[in-house]
Write a protein that binds this ligand. Structure first.
Ligand code: ATP
Ligand code: MG
Ligand code: ZN
Length: 528
């Protein structure tokens, strides 16, 4: 039999598709070709595979014609991770190892010219796709074995070299090989999870009851939030504490988030599992590709997807580039990002909370009362800065909160007792449980993700509350999109208070949150 079949996985966004890699070795013009909608990146795979085979003291069928067919043919195959399946299929076709050893096995890894295996992004989503298609065994670069092992029911072989893989599949003694260098990923940001719980507590902040309530509602329902206020009013400090108000990730969320980090190539090799909601605070210089996804070669998910199920904090939001702000519209609205490139597009989940912070002006010292303003920005600079806050992104933010600096007196009041993150997290967790129960049969879990039409149909507001919303619409205070956001938040406020459904008071509080108005003292009491 002159041909052999191995299995690999092609990635399309965060989805994997099982690919048959069929090698055929026959008489004919000497050479190697890879066919079946292979991206140019796979042209180089031919040479890498041949060199890796020769340098592993194995024999490449160099005097015959080698054809590698990747199917299904209609799917674009991109990336260097096909190397291992290609090399092994050719070796099996040339009788260097038994063909039967390839059955039910997916092979993943880039090859070095010397025959070593190199780590690749996306091992977890590949393993998930393989398991869902009935594959029982996966071979991956050694540092990524823990990642693949997160998928239940899959036997994982972590290998260092092509020679090791061939020996293992042939049932022979596995030779020694130098360890694989972990991916030279861009671990630019600290993905602090657990430590955030330990050293950043909400109790560090005095006062700000109104803003703390807003943050609690945002965390409970997964609503987007804009914090505005002058320098030193506590915006950054408050935003950093939001992940600590969220419950641990559910097993499904943990797998989904880890898969996204796997695609971004930023997992810790030994202990890849992410259990706490992530936090990401990219600088305002960030490019569109780094924030939303993109890059050369394989399309990588951006910060917004790495903050999936957690918090993306955009401090000094008006300083972000206009194209970045524009591109945020889709994820804010739909909870996913689509990156188009040529004829292909990749979609990644991005269902985190987006938290924006802004000063009243570029220098941060402007105050509306002339006597208190120490601002030295020009009128034009102030206007440009504010305009960025008024656009389509602001319409997709649920909550607007203004923070006023808390006086020294209040900040150091020895009698004041501030609620801890743990207390708020307990309420947020209960509110999220109520939502999960209500939406058990639905495709979403949180009020912030519930589609407007479904809410209006099945979980309507009380008449008196709906009238308040209609009035605000009529008076032009609220857009249609804003009305949906108020509806969602009214349910979150009810869930936090343990109510069966929102009443007029909950709708009023939701409206005030949306319109940036101070909250009634009674509203703040409800959270207790
Ligand atoms: N309500 C508060 N209670 C206790 N400390 C506070 C409070 N508000 C601010 N601080 C402290 O003041 C400092 C400045 O706060 P922070 O950096 O969060 O302000 P900011 O609004 O982000 O300012 P900027 O516009 O300059 O970024 C921090 O050390 C913070 O802990
Ligand atoms: Mg700040
Ligand atoms: Zn200013």
């Amino acid at each position: 039999m002159p041909f052999a079949t191995a299995y690999a996985v092609a990635l399309q966004g965060s989805l994997g598709h099982l690919i048959e890699v069929q090698a055929d070795v026959s008489a004919g013009m000497v050479g190697t070709s890879v066919v079946g909608r292979a991206d140019v990146s796979l042209n180089e795979a031919r040479d890498r595979c041949r060199m890796a085979v020769l340098n592993s003291q194995l024999s490449w069928p160099g005097t015959r014609r080698v054809t590698v067919l990747l199917s299904p043919a209609d799917l674009l195959k991109r990336g260097t991770h096909f190397d291992l399946a290609i090399a092994v299929s050719v070796l099996a076709a040339a009788d260097e190892l038994p063909r039967s050893a390839l059955a039910g096995t997916v092979l993943v890894g880039e090859l070095t010219l010397s025959g070593g295996l190199r780590a690749v992004p996306g091992v977890l989503p590949m393993a998930l796709a393989a398991a869902s298609r009935g594959i029982r065994r996966i071979v991956v670069p050694e540092p990524q074995a823990a990642e693949a092992a997160m998928v239940p029911g899959l036997e994982v072989l972590g290998m260092r070299s092509l020679a090791q893989v061939v020996a293992e599949l042939s049932g022979e003694n596995v030779p020694e090989a130098p360890p694989v260098v972990p991916m030279s990923g861009t671990r630019l940001l600290a993905w602090r999870g657990q430590d955030r719980l330990d050293d950043q507590d909400l109790a560090d902040l005095s006062g700000l009851l109104d803003a703390k309530f807003a943050v609690e509602v945002a965390a409970a329902g997964g609503h987007h939030l804009l914090l505005s206020g002058p320098k030193g009013s506590g915006k950054t400090t408050l935003a950093e504490r939001i992940p600590g108000l969220l419950p641990d990730l559910t097993p499904e969320e943990a797998l989904e988030l880890t898969a996204l980090h796997s695609l971004a190539g930023v997992l810790e090799p030994g202990d890849p599992r992410l259990l706490r909601p992530p936090y990401s605070a990219p600088h305002h210089d960030a490019s569109k590709a780094s924030l939303l996804g993109g890059g050369t070669g394989l399309v990588r998910p951006g910060e917004i997807s790495r903050a999936h199920c957690g918090v993306l904090f955009l401090d000094e939001f008006p300083l972000f580039r206009a194209d970045v702000i524009e591109a945020l519209r889709q994820p804010l609205e739909s909870g996913e990002v689509t990156i188009a490139r040529g004829h292909e597009s990749a979609t990644y989940p991005a269902r985190g909370m987006v938290v924006l912070a802004a000063n009243p002006c570029p220098c941060g010292k402007y105050h509306p009362s002339a006597g208190r303003s120490q601002c030295d920005c020009s009128e034009v600079a102030r206007r440009d800065y504010r305009r960025k806050l008024g656009g389509p992104v602001a319409d997709r933010v649920d909550i607007t909160r203004h923070l006023e600096p808390v006086g020294q007196h209040e900040m150091h009041d020895p009698l004041a007792v501030n609620e801890s993150s743990a207390e708020v997290r307990a309420r947020v967790t209960r509110a999220r449980e109520r939502q999960a129960e209500r939406y058990a049969e639905e495709a979403w879990r949180l009020n912030g993700q519930a589609p407007g039409p479904v809410l209006r149909e099945r979980w309507p507001l009380p008449d008196e509350g709906q009238r308040k919303v209609d009035d605000a619409l009529y008076q032009g205070q609220l857009s249609r999109r804003g009305a949906t956001r108020v509806h969602r938040m009214a349910w979150t406020i009810a869930d936090l208070a343990g109510l069966e459904a929102p009443g007029a008071a909950e709708v009023q509080t939701a409206l005030d949150l949306r319109l940036g108005r101070p909250l009634a003292a009674a509203a703040l009491q409800r959270a207790g």
